[in-house]
Ligand binder design. Structure first.
Ligand SMILES: CC(=O)N[C@@H](CCC[C@H](N)C(=O)O)C(=O)O
Length: 378
């Protein structure tokens, strides 16, 4: 690593660690927004404009001879995860963690702004620091906002860290990269009572347990084995004490599919099974699908150009990848604007959403060096 890269890496690490300590939930990213604004305000302002949208930040760098506007998006929210990395720069926000790498995404995005604020690119570049990717979804309303529409790019890019890939690699594919998603929240209501009088109650621990077990058959028996889908229940809550039969239960999960037809089929089975549980356990279930994200679909031509640029770059190695059942509201940008989402290798033993996720910080300067080259070449 030469001295210039060393200085860049030190700056990126310091900034990423500062951000790692202040993860905030979607649409509550006030400290994070201020952090980003402070960095942008410290840049030379000659060809830079900035505005806020809710807790997000939009920055436009005016190109020297623009024929188009390129968009680059970084998401900024954290997750409700209790960090267990034991790192000296662990989260200082109780119960919140940057467990999906958005601290990396923002750090890279800000460094790109700093670079292009000094080295004016040929094309206009709009940087979007977007709130609430983990939920309830910031991309869709941001995309529709006047703030974004007045600066709307002609093509758009975003990365996501990939713990399973080595540092120095980027990976993507044309077409569908990430799945359609729908959140899932189900409340159970029955009649609680004394543990010793089960016959006089409707036990919501038993009802919810049966229901969660039944849900497991949907992907196995209602979706074609040649298709892919996921129904995951990540949270279950019920009861108050070991000798009280619970009158309420709540389960929370997510549905992932590669087609809208499969999404509709799964929802229909979830509803059918809920009616069965109501009948079997004499209770009421209410279903809320929360936020939906559309698939992430990469433009074929832009992906080909991206792959070529990665293959020709000294900063990264390109790897092919398959689609993943992760979700990303960047998909909404790609519904309106052709573009590419790609993985950035960060080599962590623990994966996305893990309380022990520890991405390798060497990936920060790799990404900044590669993306400055890529965006400047547009
Ligand atoms: C990359 C990633 O991990 N994204 C999240 C997106 C969450 C979507 C939504 N809140 C849901 O849970 O369905 C993911 O969990 O894939």
């Amino acid at each position: 690593m030469n001295q210039q890269d060393h200085n860049l890496q030190e700056r990126l690490v310091a900034r990423r660690r500062a951000l790692h300590q202040i993860p905030e939930p979607g649409f509550k990213e006030t400290k994070t927004q201020q952090f980003i604004l402070d960095v942008i305000k410290a840049c030379p302002q000659d060809h830079l404009q900035m505005k806020t949208w809710k807790t997000g930040v939009l920055v436009k760098i005016k190109g020297s001879q623009p024929t188009k506007t390129i968009g680059y998006r970084a998401d900024i929210d954290g997750l409700p995860v209790v960090e267990e990395t034991s790192l000296p720069f662990s989260s200082t926000h109780d119960g919140m963690m940057h467990a999906c790498g958005h601290d990396f995404h923002m750090t890279i995005g800000m460094a790109l702004v700093e670079h292009f604020a000094v080295n004016q690119p040929k094309q206009n570049i709009v940087f979007v620091f977007q709130p609430a990717e983990e939920g309830p979804g910031g991309a869709k309303p941001l995309l529709a906002s006047e703030e974004f529409q007045t600066w709307k790019p002609e093509e758009m890019y975003a990365l996501h860290i990939a713990p399973e890939l080595p540092v120095g690699t980027v990976a993507t594919k044309p077409g569908i990269l990430f799945a359609n998603t729908s959140e899932l929240f189900i409340d159970f209501l029955g009649k609680g009572g004394h543990a010793a009088y089960p016959h006089a109650t409707e036990d919501m621990v038993v009802a919810a347990s049966h229901y969660v077990t039944q849900l497991q058959s949907i992907v196995a028996r209602n979706i074609s084995p040649l298709d892919s889908a996921v129904v995951t229940i990540g949270k279950i809550e019920a009861g108050t004490k070991q000798n009280i039969i619970a009158e309420k239960a709540r389960i929370e999960g997510t549905i992932r599919t590669l087609s809208i037809e499969s999404m509709n089929e799964i929802k229909s089975r979830i509803e059918g099974m809920a009616r069965g549980i109501e009948e079997s356990f004499q209770c009421q279930l209410s279903i809320d699908y929360g936020a939906n994200y559309c698939q992430v679909f990469n433009d074929a031509d832009l992906t080909e150009a991206f792959v070529q640029s990665a293959e020709n770059s000294q900063h990264v190695t390109f790897e092919d990848c398959d689609k993943a059942m992760t979700g990303e509201d960047f998909g909404y940008f790609l519904e309106e604007i052709p573009g590419v989402m790609f993985w950035l290798g960060v080599n962590s033993e623990h994966g996305l959403h893990s309380n022990k996720l520890n991405p390798d910080e060497k990936a920060l300067s790799v990404a900044v060096n590669y993306l400055t080259e890529f965006l400047a070449s547009k």
